[in-house]
Ligand binder design. Structure first.
Ligand code: ZN
Length: 464
């Protein structure tokens, strides 16, 4: 059978399989025996592997962390990295989030585009080539992760227990080709307020300040509790609010004062798209005369050296390169009371830089008493444009879409960064709305089929 005919024959079954797998609520849950991420994700993995078995592919389930379906012969293996876990559905859906319903040419459901639709398209691309009787000189393995959304423990487990692909791609972002991912540096800046300096006579005591939940999100809410001269604080607040224009609220029970700050959430790799509620509040607090000198110093250090800037300028790390653009800097969390304070920071740094080099620069710019701790450094990932994998993806994309394929870099992290010679490739087409993690997530059937066609062409090129 020729490949074109095999593609056509697999279109309807692909649509059906996507609808079916969307009915499984594969959100991470508490572990169950033999199911490290709970029942739901294990069920989705079982579905995918049973389907692959029914196609006559070789399969393996690695203890419900991750599984794969493989076809072909040869020493080299092409990996397609997909995931079957989804983020919680949230509220406000027009159609049931686990219905797998089709309306107006779109398949609706949590995971439709992120990432079950593309996962099924990849599996069917492999089946298509098998159906067409293509002779493989490389093996192709569709790798089904089940913990992409909450820690990528699945792919780590895979790399510890199984064969790393020679090259590959992950259809879990956007087209055309993402061949670079920035480095991701997460750390805390901490200070103790008890040991040094003590208290001074001042009108205000800062009892607590908290905001943000995850380092990689721009916090959209923060709250401070203060004690002191209420009239003084209220006046300070009014003046600050007017000057800054920030969305903030003041309330008091006559004794304590609560100041709430509202920002706009955004992904930690795009901090300039959000409004940081924590740093808005820090800006206000830095104008107060606080009775705890060390605490006041910490607040002022945060405001002076970071503030609402998202480039890292104040700490000497506003670097950039031609491959991936500028560093981004996000204060994701603050926790502070009368004894100690801590901010958790998430940096996405350009491909040509090293994490240690940036940490060194930051340390040089810290105020006295501020410590840098709890560092995690996930180095940048880059696959050259002239590599076999990138060239093949380019050709297939241009052939199927008629559009020019080009490479770009992102600040986010995909599965691709875990594997040498792997890039992110689709499934979102340029100009289409971003639906991942949103309500009413869907995949257009036309795009799903286009993905099937692109992946089939990519694999055909790589295996023959
Ligand atoms: Zn995803």
């Amino acid at each position: 059978m020729d490949v074109e005919k095999a593609i056509k024959l697999n279109e309807e079954p692909l649509i059906r399989s996507v609808c079916e797998i969307l009915k499984i609520r594969s959100v991470e849950e508490d572990p169950a025996p033999g199911k490290p991420f709970g029942e739901g994700v294990a069920k989705a993995l079982e579905y995918a592997l049973d389907l692959a078995d029914s196609f006559g592919l070789r399969t393996r389930n690695l203890d419900n962390y991750i599984g794969w379906a493989e076809w072909g012969e040869g020493d080299e293996m092409v990996g397609i990295l997909v995931h079957l876990d989804v983020v919680p559905e949230g509220k406000g859906w027009t159609y049931p989030p686990y219905g797998g319903e089709i309306h107006d040419g779109k398949i609706y459901g949590r995971g439709a585009i992120d990432n079950k639709g593309p996962a099924m398209a990849a599996l069917y691309a492999l089946k298509t080539l098998k159906d067409a009787g293509v002779k493989f000189k490389r093996r192709v393995r569709v790798i089904f992760g089940t913990n992409e959304e909450s820690g990528m423990k699945c792919i780590n487990y895979y790399l510890e227990h199984d064969e790393a692909p020679t090259m590959g791609f992950s259809p879990d972002a956007e087209y055309p080709i993402i061949n670079g991912e920035k480095g991701i540096l997460t750390f805390s800046l901490k200070s103790d307020f008890e040991k040094c300096c003590g208290r001074k006579k001042a009108p205000t005591r800062l009892i607590s300040l908290k905001g943000g939940q995850r380092p990689n999100m721009v916090p959209d809410y923060a709250e401070a509790v203060l004690r002191g001269d209420v009239a003084y604080l209220e006046e300070k607040f009014r003046a600050f609010k007017e000057k800054s224009g920030y969305d903030m609220e003041f309330s008091t029970d006559g004794e304590t004062v609560t100041v709430k700050s509202h920002g706009v959430s955004a992904h930690g790799s795009l901090p300039h798209k959000g409004k940081n509620a924590v740093m808005q509040l820090v800006a206000f607090l830095s104008e107060l005369d606080l009775d705890n000198t060390a605490q006041e110093d910490f607040i002022r250090f945060l405001n002076d050296k970071i503030g609402l800037d998202t480039t890292g300028k104040g700490l000497g790390v506003d670097v950039s390169d031609d491959l991936s653009g500028p560093l981004t800097f996000n204060v994701g969390i603050i926790r502070l009371d009368e004894k100690a304070g801590e901010v958790v920071i998430n940096i996405r740094y350009p491909i040509k830089y090293k994490g240690e080099e940036l940490l060194f620069r930051i340390k040089e710019n810290l105020a006295q008493g501020v410590r840098l701790e709890d560092v995690s450094d996930n180095p940048p990932h880059y696959v050259p444009e002239d590599s076999v994998i990138v060239q093949t993806l380019k050709e297939a994309y241009e052939k199927v879409t008629g559009e020019k394929a080009y490479c770009f870099s992102i600040g986010g992290g995909t599965y691709a960064r875990m594997v040498k010679n792997a890039v992110a490739f689709g499934p979102g087409f340029p100009g289409k709305p971003e639906l991942a993690h949103e309500k009413d997530e869907y995949i257009e059937i036309e795009d799903l089929l286009k993905n099937l066609r692109i992946y089939t062409n990519v694999l055909l090129e790589l295996v023959t």
